[in-house]
Ligand binder design. Sequence first.
Ligand SMILES: [Zn+2]
Length: 144
Amino acid sequence: MLRGFESLSLRKKVYMDRIFLQSRLELVNQSFFSLPELPEIKWSRGRIKKRYRKITFGCYDIKKNEIRIHPLFKTAAFPGFVLDFVIFHELLHYVDRDILKKNRSFFSSSRKRVHNKNFKLREDEFPKANEAKILLKRFLNEHI
Ligand SMILES: [Zn+2]
C-alpha cells in the first residue's frame, strides 16, 4: 500500500520537474526569441565525465529535436538565471540547426565552428551571461 503511494508521488515529482523545465523554456523564448515552435526539453541522464573534468550542462539533440538539461540543476544552488542561460545557449543552437546539420556532415561536430564569434556575440546578449559563465566554471572547478 505504502509503496503505491510512494510511486504515485514519484510520478508526480517527475511530472512537476518536467513542467518546470518547460516553463523555463517558454519564459526564455518569450524574453529573447519569440519562436513560434520550440524543441522538446527534458532532463539528461546526468553523467559526469570526471576523467575529462567536464559536465554537459545542456545539449541540443538535433536528431530528436530536444534540449536536455543536466539534472544537477534540480539540486545545485545556482541562481535561476544560470539555468535560463543554459537554455538560452541551447536555443541558439536550435535557431542555428541548419548550420549544425551542415557542420555534422562536413566537419563532424566541430565545437569551434559551432561556437564561433557570431554565436558568442549572440550568447553575450543574455543579461548576466558573463556572471552565468563564471558560476558554471566555478561549479566545475569545485565539483569535478
Ligand atoms: Zn553549445
